[in-house]
Design a protein around this ligand. Structure first.
Ligand SMILES: C[S@@+](CC[C@H](N)C(=O)[O-])C[C@H]1O[C@@H](n2cnc3c(N)ncnc32)[C@H](O)[C@@H]1O
Length: 432
């Protein structure tokens, strides 16, 4: 396919996503199945155009005075990819599957292209209904935070300390030009290519050998700061596919007891293979048998640390999932806040006196972060928060620079602040 034909295809698929409110991945899959002539490079290029258009949906719609998929793609080519008006006009020839020629209005809008006078939520590319939450979290920097969250994301890996060193993995992957990342001592970073995609790390021999896992540096950081030590009894209560379980096992140097469970037993399935690859030997996977069954009843009140990687809107990962940004609804946020209260109450029953709950979300919204902690403290008088500065002081490396990102109860990481996904961590201590 020519570059122009790929743009035309992106407009067509975006129509499906916007009109039928479909997840981008589903719409792209259907398009690929019905266009057998499209090769893997074409598919990747069309996907990248669509994800870029979704990243800048509000600001492009404003500058192009239209929410039509064609306007969103043209606006993205100008605003995010930096194409000049004449370059866009040349691509829109109307011939050989290229988009139709630019109208006089489109030409004028691409010439004067700007969102400078737009409201904050538009410039930040954040859903309008969530803008008050964003402003509450980030004050005068809310637009900049939203803009950083609307950019493309790098790919990070976490070196598995149980099997390798960062130096050795960096040497093995030298052909992919890894960068040492800013914060986590275990992280290597890969910048996205000009098509927006990162390298395919999961086909590397080191991946199969368990030397590393793909994990955003923010996720690595909150796990590092949770405070697990070798020999501890630790529960990963919302383990899912086990990204943080594996990191915890490495931080515990394979010593102690690490229990992994999840409300949804199906989510735990990939953990078995991942554990085998990683060499983590201290993990006991506990499968819930039915709703209401507590698979950790035998260790209630005994954990040194309960990690609650809570279900949330995922707003901190919108760089990677820009379609989720426009699909999240107020009802879904309210549901997640309810889930968070439930899972925190469960953690409170599992932690021992003097032990710690590390509450984590990949969210930028105060409703799911400080406000969830405030509500928990109101319901559980036996708990207090560990001051963020003490959380940082207890870490194995010097993370004192992160103190700037302290909130009332925890730490808020973000693409603008730390160059990571948006993560929140608050630590709670159960009284003796
Ligand atoms: C953010 S994801 C976990 C991601 C995982 N920890 C990782 O690092 O790959 C949140 C998980 O919480 C689970 N969950 C939701 N409500 C729960 C509850 N009440 N108890 C335990 N897990 C719950 C969901 O099934 C989901 O897998």
């Amino acid at each position: 396919m020519t570059p122009a034909a790929r743009i035309n295809a992106a407009i067509e698929v975006l129509q499906d996503i916007v009109e039928r409110r479909r997840p981008a991945a589903d719409a792209l899959k259907d398009w690929g199945l019905s266009r057998r002539f499209a090769g893997s490079k074409d598919r990747a290029a069309v996907a990248s155009l669509i994800y870029d258009a979704l990243r800048r949906k509000a600001s492009s719609a404003y500058a192009m005075a239209s929410e039509e998929p064609r306007a969103l793609v043209l606006g993205m080519l100008r605003g995010l990819r930096g194409l000049a008006r004449d370059e866009i006009a040349a691509l829109c020839s109307g011939e050989n599957h290229a988009p139709a020629p630019l109208s006089a209005d489109e030409t004028a809008l691409l010439t004067a292209f700007s969102d400078d006078d737009a409201p904050g939520w538009v410039r930040a590319d954040v859903p309008e209904w969530l803008w008050p939450s964003f402003e509450r979290a980030f004050g005068a920097m809310a637009v900049e935070e939203g803009q950083a969250l609307a950019a493309r994301a790098p790919v990070d890996l976490r070196v598995n300390r149980l099997k390798a060193s960062r130096e050795a993995v960096a040497k093995d992957l030298a052909h992919l030009q890894p960068e040492e990342s800013a914060w986590s001592p275990d992280a290597l970073r890969f910048q996205p290519g000009h098509d927006g995609r990162g390298p395919s790390l999961q086909t590397e021999p080191g991946f199969f050998a368990g030397a590393f896992e793909i994990q955003d540096e923010g996720s690595q950081l909150v796990t590092l700061l949770a405070g697990a030590r070798p020999g501890d009894t630790v529960i990963d209560l919302c383990a899912g596919a086990g990204g943080k379980t594996l990191a915890l096992a490495a931080l515990m140097a394979n010593r102690g007891n690490l229990y992994a469970t999840d409300l949804d037993s199906r989510r735990l399935a990939p953990l078995h293979d991942r554990l085998a690859r990683s060499g983590a030997a201290i993990v006991d996977i506990r499968i819930p048998r039915s709703r209401g069954h507590e698979p950790l009843a035998d260790v209630a009140g005994q954990a040194d640390l309960v990690l609650v990687d809570a279900p949330c809107t995922g707003s901190g990962t919108w760089r990677r999932n820009p379609d989720a940004k426009w699909r999240v609804r107020p009802g879904a946020l309210a549901e997640r806040v309810k889930d968070q209260a439930e899972v925190l109450a469960r953690a409170a029953r599992l932690v021992k006196p003097g032990g710690r709950i590390a509450y984590v979300t990949c969210s930028m919204l105060p409703e799911e972060n400080d406000e969830a902690i405030r509500a928990f403290l109101g319901r559980h008088s036996g708990f207090s928060t560990v001051a963020p500065i003490d959380v940082l002081a207890g870490a194995e490396s010097d993370f004192s620079l992160l103190a700037r990102f302290a909130t009332e109860f925890g730490l808020q990481l973000s693409p603008r602040r730390t160059g990571t996904d948006g993560f929140y961590l608050a630590c709670l201590r159960r009284g003796d």
